[in-house]
Write a protein that binds this ligand. Structure first.
Ligand code: SF4
Length: 188
């Protein structure tokens, strides 16, 4: 079995831990994606930084039927062409992730960490001890923020777990991973 296949159970377990932590807080404060088309969260420049997340996303993609794969690849190529022509232009910046079909993620079970944790305000502790804080999604800001102004989810352990997996994968592969957007992960 290849290294990446051996590491998948650990990635899935890490994803479950994130999902559980996220759901517990989201349910408590009433944050839900229902009725949201995801356009503000599912942006084209969301970036994957680890080989395992790219591998797992491609694995999900491979499980789709041919027609779905072709439609997604077509959308990815359009996104990449727009990026190549002008990475700061409207055609690229206003595109939506190629996996967001009619407001739903077609690879929801395989979506990366950045998508799983989006929506709730969060912080993480950097290796030097400093903290980075970021706010929640538009729905959170409009409906929940004033009721729970102190709410933040701690991403530190999730980032650490992902970094450990990436270190193992990089050592086994003998190379570091270049960051890629979702379109780049599926198309290049
Ligand atoms: S992978 Fe899914 S959840 Fe993540 S940005 Fe794309 S459509 Fe949205």
């Amino acid at each position: 079995m290849s290294t990446e296949e051996e590491l998948i159970p650990r990635l899935v377990e890490l994803y479950h831990r994130m999902d559980d932590a996220y759901s517990a807080v989201a349910e408590k404060v009433g944050l839900t994606c229902e009725g949201c088309d995801g356009v503000k969260c599912c942006t084209v420049d969301l970036t994957l930084h680890t080989f395992m997340e790219m591998h797992y996303l491609r694995r999900g993609f491979d499980s789709l039927n041919d027609a779905a794969q072709l439609a997604i690849l077509d959308r990815c190529r359009t996104i990449l062409k727009a990026k190549q022509q002008d990475p700061w232009g409207e055609a690229y910046r206003e595109s939506v992730c190629a996996l967001n079909l009619h407001g739903s993620c077609i690879l929801y079970a395989h979506r990366p960490m950045i998508c799983r944790l989006a929506g709730l305000p969060h912080f993480f502790v950097r290796p030097d001890g400093s903290q980075k804080h970021s706010g929640g999604c538009t729905t959170f800001q409009n409906k929940i923020d004033t009721l729970h102004p102190e709410l933040e989810i701690d991403r530190t352990d999730f980032y650490r777990g992902m970094a450990e997996l990436e270190m193992e994968a990089s050592l086994q592969r003998g190379q570091r991973t270049s960051p890629r957007t979702i379109a780049e992960t599926l198309c290049l």
